[in-house]
Design a protein around this ligand. Sequence first.
Ligand SMILES: NC(=O)c1ccc[n+]([C@@H]2O[C@H](COP(=O)([O-])OP(=O)(O)OC[C@H]3O[C@@H](n4cnc5c(N)ncnc54)[C@H](OP(=O)(O)O)[C@@H]3O)[C@@H](O)[C@H]2O)c1
Length: 247
Amino acid sequence: MIVYPLKSNMEQIKGKNILLVGATGSIGSETARMLATSGAQLFLTGRNEDKLAALAQKLNLPADRFIAADISNKEDIDRLKEVYFATMSRIDVLIIASGIGIIKPVDQLGEDEFLKTIMANLYGPYLLVKAFLPAMKEEKKGLIINIPGVLGKVPMAGAAAYSASKYGLTGMMQSIREELKRTEIRITNLYLGGVDSAFWDNIDLRVQRDKMIVAEEAAKTIWFLCQQPSSAVISEMVLQPFNHQAI
Ligand SMILES: NC(=O)c1ccc[n+]([C@@H]2O[C@H](COP(=O)([O-])OP(=O)(O)OC[C@H]3O[C@@H](n4cnc5c(N)ncnc54)[C@H](OP(=O)(O)O)[C@@H]3O)[C@@H](O)[C@H]2O)c1
């Protein structure tokens, strides 16, 4: 019988400084709960201040560990950076679990809706990287987790704006990864299929939410990705419902 040593060669969550963007969302709030339970030093953001305050209270986080911010707004990002570094000495992990979905045929898709999607799902992550990557570069270490989802890899009717933003996110993050190869900064893209979450509440599409991935299980994947092998990087991960395997 082979007995494997119990010594872990994985990154530990305990004590890691983690900025969680989209903490008020279905996947984000479950992720926050799991990371807090594992001893992470969390800083939360999202747009809805009341939801943020309620989540922080549930996790026993003080008021200087969260701030409401619209990531498509440069001034909000500047403020987020300032407030984050006033409390946290460094950033070990940036999790971008924010995003919006407007799903409709292109002839019904308004210019404002197209731009809003790009601003939230692509420009926002760009601003976040600009704000927080320099601190990771100073440490030569860090982890950025993005959720392009499967629509960042495969097309779907009605997803012109959403896919444009998510394919863009995939390409942007892959390019930034090329710039970071001499560092130990990991970039992980998580390709989730449909997750039963608030994301679908305002989408006018007939979907089988009971067949989707449970939000808690999607969050568990992010929790796992925060514990990558010390000597390697998980560049991509795909998690899809059984009945809809698009990749
Ligand atoms: N659910 C799915 O089927 C699915 C599948 C693949 C990928 N994804 C991706 O997974 C991520 C999380 O989705 P979810 O299912 O948890 O959705 P959700 O419950 O609707 O949560 C979305 C989160 O994004 C935040 N957000 C949206 N726009 C923002 C902005 N401009 N600035 C700051 N925060 C913003 C929301 O903040 P407030 O609530 O505070 O406004 C909320 O915290 C998204 O990137 C989504 O595209 C989801």
